[in-house]
Design a protein around this ligand. Structure first.
Ligand code: ZN
Length: 283
């Protein structure tokens, strides 16, 4: 937020929207009631961790509700024409949270809650494409929509790497077969090569799936400077991937894109990368 606000011209060109907490019903469209209860009661029950990476404080539950609610609010913004596209700079991230459990810094799956919200609240939205370029596989999102042909999930990530899933052979199940696509990328692949994989896969997806809304699980931990990831994407690469999605959205869904922050752990570079991503969304 500091990086975005530091550039007054840039900041003044954006519309700032205040999120609301996601209701229990919205969360439970993507998660079991048991999971909701577990996160809700975690701090009071004395839990310090929900998994080895996922810390709990007295504000965790609220932060998680605001994060998921922020994505829903962004869906409203692009559906009502308040904005053409929206970026949701939230933490905690969401894409590792499965339908049943929090994991990997993620409490609720923000992007999945938002996708369900869009489908359940807007009759124009039947099909959603979720594009996940975080350095880690979006196992939670994949699991939630694995047998669902209305949500196409594409993840490009370092592999093998945390959380261990995301092999090429994972392509969906039952009616959802063919609606999950994974692009595992080897550590130290050049940005140019990774971007070429992305473009090729996107061409493939767009030839067979016409979304009414495009959502991005925008993790920036595949950045060259990131301390957790070992991929080599640079700001220019994120800009060009954003532009490709922008073009696709203009073609099929009136330009509607909701992008939500996932990972990205180099705080010296993350702000600038996000800023470039937002600028490209708004082109
Ligand atoms: Zn990540």
């Amino acid at each position: 937020m500091n990086a975005l606000k530091a550039d007054a011209d840039f900041w003044n060109g954006l519309v700032e929207i205040t999120p609301e907490k996601a209701s229990k019903g919205l969360i439970q469209a993507a998660h079991t009631p048991q999971q909701y209860k577990r996160v809700e009661g975690a701090f009071e029950s004395g839990a310090e961790y929900l998994d080895p990476d996922t810390v709990v404080s007295m504000h965790t539950f609220d932060a998680a509700l605001y994060a998921a609610g922020g994505v829903c609010r962004a869906v409203d913004a692009v559906m009502t024409g308040e904005a053409n596209s929206a970026f949701v700079p939230v933490r905690p991230p969401g894409h590792h949270a499965t339908g049943e459990k929090p994991m990997g810094f993620c409490l609720f799956n923000n992007i999945a809650v938002g996708a369900r919200y869009a489908q359940n609240n807007y009759k124009e939205i039947e099909r959603v494409a979720i594009i996940d370029w975080d350095v880690h596989h979006g196992n939670g999102t994949q699991g939630i929509f694995y047998d669902d042909p209305t949500v196409f999930f594409f993840s490009m990530h370092q592999y093998p790497w945390y959380p261990g899933t995301g092999a090429k052979g994972e392509t969906g199940f039952g009616r959802g077969l063919g609606y999950t696509l994974n692009a595992p990328i080897k550590a130290n692949t050049t940005g140019a090569n990774q971007k070429a994989v992305f473009e090729g896969m996107l061409e493939d997806i767009s030839s067979k799936f016409k979304p009414d809304l495009i959502m991005i699980s925008a993790g920036f931990d595949g950045h060259l400077t990131d301390p957790l990831g070992q991929l080599r994407l640079e700001d220019e690469d994120y800009v060009s991937m954003t532009r490709s999605l922008r073009e696709w959205a203009d073609e099929v869904c009136g330009g509607r894109i909701v992008s939500a922050l996932e990972g990205g752990y180099n705080l010296n570079t993350l702000g600038e990368t996000v800023k470039r991503h937002i600028a490209a969304l708004g082109e």
